[in-house]
Design a protein around this ligand. Sequence first.
Ligand code: NAD
Ligand code: GLY
Length: 368
Amino acid sequence: MTTVRIALGDRAYDIRIASGLLDSPQTFAAVANPKAAALIVSNITVAPLYAARLERSLAPHFARVLHCVLPDGEEYKTWQTLDQIFTALLHAQCDRRTTLFALGGGVIGDMTGFAAASYMRGVPFVQVPTTLLAQVDSSVGGKTAINHPLGKNMIGAFYQPRLVVADLATLHSLPQRELSAGMAEVIKHAAIADVDFLGWLETHIDALLAHDDAALATAVARCCRIKADVVAQDETESGLRAILNFGHTFGHAIEAGMGYGNWLHGEAVGAGMVLAAELSVRLGLLPRDEATRLSRLIARAGLPTRAPDLGAARWAELMQVDKKAEGGQVRFVLLHGLGHPVLRAAPLADVQASIAAHLQPGPVTSAA
Ligand code: NAD
Ligand code: GLY
């Protein structure tokens, strides 16, 4: 087992990474509370696969284990779905010692974290991520949120879990398209922080896409270490943490512009990184061959490298609703060479030219 520690003082916690963790009660001993309830929050796809197994591992540690099963999909990352978690908690008369367990991908993790942050003004929660994307990114670092029709992840809180349990075996049931989507965030970590890792990915991309356990274990641990280092320095994104949003200003615009759930988050980030690299080239920051190298890896991961044609006005409108914007000015994470991110505003003409250079031909389509 690999353990990565998130060094946040009295809110420090471990990320445990290995195959088979879900089935071992020992995995959860550190968060035991025999006098209180545990609530497993999952969705209609993941719960039938793993909720009973998680319940068996939690049962020795809690007075009772409850379940809340939500609909599946980014389009359900809403107030209405969040409210179902509060209803389940209140219905079962859960007190403030209740621990929430987020069993699923980033959608379940982000919503459960937000529910934990606000139920009775804060109860403990544990992330049990079951997608590659959630294991390498969303379960780590305490960003929790729901979407608003006007903007992605706009309502939420910084709230750290007590523990993250990344059972690599759960990735075997993950559809190929979702594995590719997770690769976007893996490539992102390499592009912003670790060029050696980027080289390693170029060698091991086929093994990763074939669900090779050893390759996945290396990639998950490497990403978690990179993210842990950034989060420990800047938990609430007053500066450095923004680099984790490489490709996301364009990506979030694609997700919202296409309607949540049509492009997967990772797919939008894949195309978004190509646009951000193009913008970096146009601003004289990134050599063209480095942008091409990145874009080739994104394509090999099975991700889109072209964006939908939303129309210039709609692109501008969507990117304006970005948490990195300051005083109405959108700021982009750009690359000053691979592995060297910078946060910059950019002239609109360069932004529009970068989008135009990588548009899907023909009518607007989904990424799949
Ligand atoms: P997701 O949660 O929608 O999961 C993808 C799909 O895979 C879903 O249909 C899910 O039910 C299914 N699934 C999950 N685990 C499975 C398994 N083991 N076997 C079979 N099917 C499984 O999507 P995601 O890609 O995990 O997460 C995307 C979300 O994460 C977005 O909402 C994004 O905004 C958020 N995010 C948050 C952060 C953060 O720091 N909090 C970082 C990155 C992304
Ligand atoms: N995924 C971006 C962050 O955690 O800051």
